[in-house]
Design a protein around this ligand. Sequence first.
Ligand code: CP
Ligand code: NVA
Length: 333
Amino acid sequence: MTGRALRATRQPPPLGGGSGKDLLTIGAIPASRIVRLLRLARELKTMRQRGRPHQYLTGATLGLLFEKPSTRTRVSFEAGITQLGGKSLFLSATDIQLCRGESIADTARVLSRYLDGLVLRTYDHATVEEWARQATIPVINGLTDVCHPCQALSDLLTIREKKGALNGVKLAYVGDGNNVANSLIEGAAKMGMAISLGCPSGYEPDQRIVDLARVEAEHTGGSIEIGENPQVAVKEADVVYTDVWVSMGREREQSRRLKALAPYQLNERLLKCARPDAIVMHCLPAHRGQEITAGVLDGPQSVVLDQAENRLHMQKAILVEWLGRGKRKIGGT
Ligand code: CP
Ligand code: NVA
């Protein structure tokens, strides 16, 4: 058998992370735990707004190890653990011995003796799975090439706030079927939402995720539509979402991507296909004039700054839920 045939017949491995110790994908989190996270995030947001103390993780140390740049994820996790009474430690991949060939297994087992949790941002999704297998502490996925669960969980909080519900809400995603799209599909299916994607051929979301989410949606009353027409995807949507056309690590494909995705720009004309009260979401960073026009991103329907703020509140809930080991009672205290 040739190498080509071997590659063609090999199925991509299933996504792991179902033990509950780690947060690697939304697909691996039971819906009841997502509902609990949403409630906890709302409580933590209220406590912060009212200046009420909420130091539920006093003494905890959170490590962050990022292979890719980050503004929101890094700063919201670092600020979040600080507000919860803990400390953060940002570990540059080029400063620790990993860059000189020390194995993930040894690094993960050693760091597990010092830290209470670890947020990772990697290229290959298999890397976070390997860390999760080797570490005895919770490993939280801060974005991989396949998914961005903390982003989509925070987005569920924003949609719930703006639309008053998740079940039955129509979320349209236009553009590249990337890591953010994959996690939105998983989150929408878990919460009984209708998600509709408009993506060009060759830029569809991950088929493994779509297949599993379709099974999930059958139980929650949600639905998943994937097509090539952005107007059809956006029709009557309550939420219209887009993300960059060139994700981190895809820079060499830039010219091909800009050409293929040009008809998928979220502009004023496309937004008119949605409900008049639709909100516009973007995980940021944005490229005005590429995937979204400045008029739409900065316009009255855009909620992107509230969306970015909610990263902080949801990720604090994630930290309490995954690092707190149920010891800290939230609410009514
Ligand atoms: N949305 C998001 O994850 O942003 P950063 O890349 O700045 O973390
Ligand atoms: N899809 C983007 C998201 C950035 C937060 C990327 O992976 O670069």
